[in-house]
Design a protein around this ligand. Structure first.
Ligand code: BGC
Length: 255
């Protein structure tokens, strides 16, 4: 197994891509800390599923936009499993609002959950990696929109662009400590964040036509790559982004 006895923390771990990551890393032998902010019942049923498959997981309620909660989350991981090996900054939200419509509250919330959280969780995890010794890994779940404008979702794009630079700069700063930082940029994935698109057949048709692989990703399409990236097999990767988008970013035009 790729992650036998590694401690892996997954923020926003009880739904969408996070949930699939929890299942994928647990199946590779990891001890998983499932961070959540709402729906404790979904966390409990996810943990039961992991345990039924012979894996190990605990839930921790922590609001990732608050650094104090992030300290509690990482502390709980170390107390429960003895050390931290991989932090996966997955929690994310979007408002689907344009520049003209985005309120200060929308902007602050999106940036706090998507970017500030990843920044401080990376800082706290890095300090833990350095004090325990032996290096470490941070994986950020970004988006194709770290690079690619999504009109009508600007605060999200701004936050993901920030995650891209966080990954690159933190990767450079932390390399000498043998701490790697890698970004994953999914395209359109069938998760609650895309529920409004999935509920609109015309939008779905347009979206699928724009994807060379002709379908939205399932969360497991992303999680399988994440489990590999979390393992020693990806040991020479840092400060970069892995795109998992079915080819959507190649933006074929020309009718
Ligand atoms: C966004 C979705 C969008 C998808 C593809 C994701 O990062 O969260 O709203 O549909 O990218 O454009």
């Amino acid at each position: 197994m790729l992650l036998q006895d590694k401690t892996v923390v997954v923020t926003g771990g009880n739904s969408g891509i996070g949930e699939a990551i929890v299942l994928a890393v647990a199946a590779q032998g990891a001890n998983v800390v499932v961070d959540f902010v709402a729906h404790p019942e979904e966390t409990s049923s996810l943990i039961a599923k992991v345990e039924a498959a012979g894996g190990h997981a605990i839930g921790v309620k922590a609001d990732v936009s608050r650094p104090a909660d992030l300290h509690t989350m990482i502390g709980k991981a170390v107390d429960s499993y003895g050390r931290l090996d991989v932090l996966i900054n997955n929690a994310g939200i979007e408002t689907r609002t344009s520049l003209l419509d985005t309120t200060e509250a929308d902007f602050d919330k999106v940036v706090a959950v998507n970017l500030k959280s990843a920044f401080f969780a990376t800082q706290i995890a890095a300090k833990q990696f350095i004090s325990q010794g032996g290096g470490g890994l941070v994986l950020n779940i970004s988006s194709v929109h770290e690079d690619w404008p999504m009109p009508g979702n600007i605060a999200y794009c701004v936050s993901k662009g920030g995650v891209r630079m966080l990954t690159r700069t933190a990767g450079v700063e932390l390399g000498p400590h043998d701490i790697r930082v890698v970004n994953i940029a999914p395209g359109a994935v069938a998760t609650p964040i895309n529920a409004s698109t999935e509920d609109d057949p015309a939008k779905m048709k347009q979206l699928e036509a724009a994807i060379p692989l002709q379908r939205m990703a399932q969360p497991s399409d992303i999680a399988d790559v994440v489990a590999f990236l979390a393992s020693g097999r990806a040991r020479y990767m840092t400060a970069t982004t892995v795109v998992i988008d079915g080819g959507i970013m190649q933006g074929s035009v020309g009718l």
